[in-house]
Design a protein around this ligand. Structure first.
Ligand SMILES: NC(=O)c1ccc[n+]([C@@H]2O[C@H](COP(=O)([O-])OP(=O)(O)OC[C@H]3O[C@@H](n4cnc5c(N)ncnc54)[C@H](OP(=O)(O)O)[C@@H]3O)[C@@H](O)[C@H]2O)c1
Length: 263
């Protein structure tokens, strides 16, 4: 089950999971990227797996419940082995200067990017959709521990997501489930272009590439492959983990400031 399956990371993750470990893909998106959704359906079916994507706002608790009820009706109990929360629906704004952030923007961002992870976990359990050993994965970024202007509300919602994951991992671990966060740096997607502005994308890409010790951005395909690994038997003991897939970005900030000539 992939929320946000029609574009960017979610679409790449759906493709990757259909290939390895070879899962059927269910998903949800709001219909803004119909070509991306159609391409995913084609590719998953081409890999010999079933694919069903619902068009719906997946953020509200009631919607999570309705979509899970429909999935249970269609596929029966225990249908979900892996759940990936890949919704991006954030507001970019500074907090208190220029155009100050509005409470509605904060609520929307937290509802989509953080709280809905809890609503979906509740609904998957309520409808007995989790297969034995099922895994739930949240996606985060290094902004949580850094300051990049305009991204305070995104970072705050991701910080909440990390806390939810740690608590859910403790609550669900004894039931045999696993809950983790995968943190990765910038990958070029619609959400990132919206966050930084399309015109600034090339400049942003160059600057971030210099800042990452690996000297480049990751691709959504690479993120998809690491999610395939997290769905494999070898990854069974990750629980409550924050898995860093940033090419070293998270820890390199001070080095970049002190030795800018090397960047
Ligand atoms: N891009 C990065 O650099 C980066 C880095 C680290 C982590 N991440 C995380 O990765 C996740 C995916 O981001 P992305 O960059 O791949 O975004 P993206 O390419 O813009 O894709 C977002 C997906 O979510 C869907 N969506 C958004 N709001 C939704 C809602 N309320 N209900 C249902 N579907 C919804 C979108 O489709 P519709 O618009 O049709 O709904 C789309 O399928 C996010 O959690 C993001 O924070 C991204």
């Amino acid at each position: 089950m992939v929320l946000g399956a029609s574009s960017g990371t979610g679409a790449a993750v759906g493709r990757a999971l259909a290939l390895s470990p070879g899962l059927h893909v269910y998903g949800a998106h709001r219909g803004n990227h119909p070509q991306g959704a159609a391409a995913l359906v084609d590719e998953v079916r081409g890999a010999g797996r079933r694919c069903h994507l619902d068009v719906a706002d997946a953020a509200p608790a009631e919607q999570a419940d309705m979509l899970c009820a429909a999935l249970r009706e269609r596929e029966g109990p225990g249908a979900v082995r892996f759940f990936v929360h890949s919704i991006a629906n954030a507001s970019v704004s500074r907090l208190a200067i220029e155009r100050e952030v509005h409470p509605k923007q904060v609520h929307k961002t937290f509802d989509s990017m953080a709280h809905s992870f809890v609503w979906w976990t509740q609904a998957l359990l309520r409808h007995e959709l989790l297969a034995p050993g099922a895994r739930l994965l949240a996606l985060s970024n290094p902004m949580v521990g850094q300051v990049l202007r305009g991204t305070a509300v995104i970072a705050a919602s991701k910080a909440a997501l990390h806390v939810y994951v740690r608590h859910l991992a403790a609550e669900l671990g004894p039931l045999g489930y696993r809950v983790n966060t995968l943190t990765f740096g910038a990958v070029m997607t619609n959400a990132l272009r919206t966050t930084i502005g399309s015109d600034d994308a090339p400049r942003f890409q160059r600057a971030v590439s210099r800042a990452v010790p690996a000297r480049r951005l990751a691709t959504v395909e690479e993120v998809g492959r690491v999610v395939s690994f997290l769905a494999s038997d070898a990854a069974d003991f990750f629980n409550g983990a924050d898995i860093d897939f940033t090419g070293g970005e998270t820890s390199a900030l001070l080095d970049r400031i002190v030795f800018p000539e090397d960047s």
